[in-house]
Design a protein around this ligand. Structure first.
Ligand SMILES: [Zn+2]
Length: 320
């Protein structure tokens, strides 16, 4: 029985609509869903318009929904990520390219604030992806040579015993490496050796004298620096007392000749002038080692020796 008054008629219609919705919720929901299905674009547009007009409210609703459906949301996100992994990764990379500095700063801050968790998650990832971890590690090493060197130095300094042990183990496992390295870098090594020999004539002399001594007689021998012998003997021939300039070609004499079992040590060598040495030959000396000529004087002997010909092999002891 419709009302005559239009206002009353409207009120009654609203009231009966409310009653219908209350008593048939399933039918209402189904017809709403059908309408949305049929008018998806209009629904989306109106939702978007509402969100734009009520942004603060919309975000609060989002948050409330997220809190209430956290697990459901996580599972769903995970599934979507797995199904669209390449797309998701590309999107993530694109976002990172745009916000690189901001994201890096945020990561660093998180790592600094959660060192334990960061280490644990890094370890877990490495354990789960050993191949990729190795690849990444290698790429980082190639890209940061300076940092790698610094880190290695620090580690060596902190663990000298372990470093020695590692080196030894490696050498035992690669016995052929030195030879192979030499063969594949022969020219470079020879060039470097030649340059070193040209820069250190006195050291070359020291080493080859020692090698000759080892061939001629059984030791004990030591590396002897010609400059140390010359300073000890103050530049004098120990037989005739002639003063010999350091670079004049004086002879290093063995008091007991090597051929007769003498040793190449400071206590068996002395400065001789070439004539004295050549006339001595390999005769045995009379009595124990002694120096014939030294002065206690003021001659600045070390100034006569070029800087690159000083050696650290033997400490010089100048007799008083
Ligand atoms: Zn002499």
């Amino acid at each position: 029985m419709p009302y005559k008054d239009p206002a009353k008629r409207r009120e009654s219609a609203i009231e009966s609509g409310r009653r219908y919705r209350l008593s048939h919720p399933d039918r209402v929901r189904a017809s709403a869903r059908a309408w949305v299905e049929a008018n998806r674009d209009r629904k989306l547009a109106s939702t978007r318009a509402w969100r734009a007009a009520n942004l603060y409210h919309a975000r609060a609703m989002d948050r409330a929904w997220y809190v209430a459906h956290r697990d459901y949301k996580r599972v769903k996100d995970r599934a979507r990520y797995v199904a669209n992994r390449d797309l998701a990764l590309a999107a993530s990379r694109a976002r990172h390219a745009v916000n690189r500095d901001r994201q890096n700063a945020a990561s660093r801050a998180w790592y600094a604030a959660n060192p334990e968790r960061a280490r644990a998650s890094s370890r877990a990832w490495k354990a789960a992806h050993p191949e990729r971890a190795r690849e990444r590690n290698h790429a980082w090493h190639v890209a940061h040579p300076e940092q790698v060197r610094t880190l290695i130095h620090a580690w060596k300094a902190a663990h000298p015993e372990r470093f020695r042990a590692l080196t030894r183990a490696w050498q035992v496992a690669h016995p052929d490496y030195p030879r192979a390295y030499y063969l594949s870098n022969r020219e470079r090594i020879r060039e470097r050796n030649r340059a070193w020999a040209a820069a250190h004539p006195d050291l070359v002399c020291e080493i080859s004298s020692l090698r000759r001594a080892r061939k001629k007689s059984n030791g004990p021998h030591e590396r002897i620096s010609r400059s140390n012998v010359w300073i000890r003997d103050r530049g004098y021939c120990q037989d005739c007392g002639t003063f010999l300039e350091y670079d004049s070609g004086w002879h290093l004499d063995h008091w007991i000749p090597l051929k007769r079992g003498g040793t190449h040590v400071m206590a068996n060598v002395r400065v001789l002038c070439p004539p004295c040495n050549l006339s001595k030959n390999a005769r045995m000396p009379m009595g124990p080692f002694r120096l014939g000529f030294t002065d206690t004087g003021t001659r600045p002997l070390s100034a006569a020796i070029p800087a690159n010909e000083t050696s650290h092999s033997t400490k010089v002891e100048v007799p008083r």
